[in-house]
Design a protein around this ligand. Structure first.
Ligand code: N01
Length: 546
């Protein structure tokens, strides 16, 4: 790709440096290298896999069906890989991504244990300079930030937390060698997806498990099951059709199960027009899912409140102790505000003799001591403290390193009031830099592998276009970025994500001081790709190319 390399070929380490060897980094390396670009991937972890390397806590698994949560770019790959369960475990997905790395000979261009501390735009040469944790400096024409939306762990700053003398472990930094849990007194903080998945598993091995809950969670039984040979063969016989459906769906999902399809009601009926008998019949037929079938709960807060009541009725029917059940009932925010969670026996776990719930809304944390957690009304002795306390989502990975663009601007300063992007891919003031599944793209609202294929494919085509036309600088025009940001906010404004009572990581509410801005694109993958493809068809409008 000689056009891309000139005029500073000798000084460039690569045409493209990709930061991150998770799903999008691996795919970017594959498709860019096969089109003749010299690519280096820099990865902080000692292994590939991104999210699926770091999040190896007990119970970690994907909540999108395995046959859908996989790449579709190579029919041979999807035929030869065998999934064992409807929802794959972390270990199986990690094996899959390692298989992808080996099958396409990706490892030779990946530098592991090589996180970056800074990325700096050099306007004199139209190149990006990367400083790595290993002290190296590398230069490329283009930067692709495949740094992940949920890659920067968030940890509570409770008084005394550093004095804890037992084992303290974050679900998203779970050590490869594992953690000794058998027969221990375990405390877990956090009841989001990670907490909800770990709690039933931790309860099975702990002498005692204390769950510290700040906000009760909406979570639905996953109905996970082993995949039979027949089921898998049936999907594989028509895999191309499934992929086409994914690429042309709202959430990059073709099927009818998994967390990403929760936004879609399964029923035409409106809960506000239903009778008590109809609601009772829905509970009898669908159980917890009776709360998510109705056509009017996604945009009508009163309808949503009625669905919440159905959900909470199921909690009360499942959990034996009425006081514990009451604490486990989500009360003050709507269904659809936070990411739906799928579980395996979550509420039933609170019926075990070795599990205690501490409701932090009634009994707040005072301090962590060397031997446990003191709350206003009690003290829990703990050997292992598990933090399932989430992430500085979507923007954290880029604001925590020094990304320095034109005029020496730092991205974290430019994004102080929330991320500003064009198409969730590029940022005004940061030429030649592209983000994978970045803020203001569908990202967390859609199934990742198909979405990555489409978005990274778009970036690849853009880079080839630049090479073919001898262009060495692609910069976003401010007006195009403003229009995109306005559109992103407009699409989200009437959804449950933005309800006044909604405080989720989708809008940065879990991080103190983070601006309340919706961090993804809620218009769906189809509308999103139409817009991206339209931009390309009009000569990459919105970009100044030189
Ligand atoms: O993080 P979260 P997560 N004191 O932010 C609590 C994906 N994912 O790692 O709600 C007490 O959702 C916090 O309480 P509150 C998925 O996209 C997917 O679980 O802020 N509690 C909350 O309960 C998911 O949405 C999969 O009041 C504190 C919890 O910690 C995303 O990752 C599996 C606290 C954090 O929940 C993040 O999920 C796992 C404090 N100081 C993750 N600080 C699957 O595919 C925080 N909390 C299945």
């Amino acid at each position: 790709m000689s056009e891309l390399a000139s005029p500073t070929t000798a000084a460039l380490d690569a045409d493209v440096i990709v930061v991150g060897a998770g799903m999008s980094g691996l795919y970017a390396l594959k498709v860019l290298r096969e089109r003749g670009l010299r690519v280096i991937v820099l990865e902080k972890a000692p292994a590939v896999g991104g999210t699926w390397y770091w999040n190896r806590y007990p119970g970690a698994r994907c909540d999108v069906p395995s046959l859908e949560y996989s790449f579709g770019f190579d029919p041979e790959l999807e035929q030869e890989w065998v999934w064992t369960e409807h929802f794959a475990t972390q270990a199986e997905i990690e094996r899959y991504l390692n298989h992808v790395a080996d099958r396409y000979d990706l490892r030779r261009d990946i530098r592991l244990s090589c996180g970056i501390t800074a990325a700096t735009w050099d306007a004199d040469t139209n190149t990006w300079v990367f400083d790595t944790e290993t002290g190296e400096q590398l230069r490329s024409r283009f930067a692709i930030m495949a740094t992940g939306g949920l890659s920067v762990p968030h940890r509570p700053d409770w008084p005394g937390i550093d004095s804890f003398a037992g084992t303290i472990v974050q679900t998203s930094l779970w050590p490869e060698e594992g953690v000794e849990l058998e027969g221990k007194r375990i405390g877990i903080v956090g009841t989001g997806s990670s907490g909800v998945q770990s709690i039933p598993e931790l309860a099975k091995v702990a002498e005692h498990l204390t769950v510290f809950q700040r906000t009760a969670m909406f979570t639905w039984p996953s109905q996970n099951r082993p995949l039979t040979h027949e089921e898998q063969a049936a999907v594989k016989a028509t895999y191309r059709d499934l992929r086409e459906k994914q690429y042309h769906s709202y959430a990059a999902a073709a099927g009818t199960s998994g967390a990403v399809i929760f936004a879609v009601p399964t029923d035409d009926r409106k809960i506000k027009e239903s009778t008590p008998e109809e609601r009772e019949a829905a509970l009898a037929e669908h159980g917890f899912s009776a709360s998510r079938i109705w056509a009017d709960t996604a945009t009508d807060l009163d309808a949503n409140a009625m669905a919440v009541e159905l959900f909470n009725e199921m909690v009360r029917r499942t959990v034996d102790d009425p006081e514990v059940a009451d604490s486990l009932c989500p009360k003050d925010y709507p269904i659809g505000c936070k990411r739906p969670v799928l579980d395996a026996g979550y509420f039933e776990t609170f019926n075990r003799d070795n599990v205690t719930l501490v409701d932090l809304r009634k009994d707040a944390v005072v301090e962590v001591t060397p031997t446990g957690i003191r709350t206003e009304h009690g003290f829990a002795e703990i050997d292992v403290l598990v933090l399932a306390t989430g992430f500085d989502a979507m923007t954290g990975a880029l604001t925590r390193i020094d990304v320095r663009g034109e005029g020496d601007h730092l991205m974290r300063d430019d994004w102080a009031d929330g991320p500003r992007t064009y198409l969730g891919i590029s940022v005004d003031g940061y030429p030649n830099m592209f983000m994978c599944v970045g803020p203001s793209s569908p990202a967390v609202l859609a199934n990742y592998p198909p979405q990555i294929e489409l978005q990274v494919g778009w970036i690849r085509d853009f880079l080839l276009h630049l090479g073919e036309h001898g262009i060495t600088r692609a910069a976003v025009e401010p007006a195009a970025q403003e229009a995109w940001c306005e559109h992103v906010a407009d699409v989200a404004k009437d959804t449950m994500f933005m309800a006044d009572s909604c405080n989720s990581w989708y809008i940065g509410a879990n991080i103190e001081g983070k601006p309340r801005v919706f961090l993804a694109y809620a218009g769906g993958l189809v509308a999103y790709m139409e817009r991206c493809n339209d931009v390309a068809a009009h000569g990459y409008e919105g970009y100044a190319l030189s």
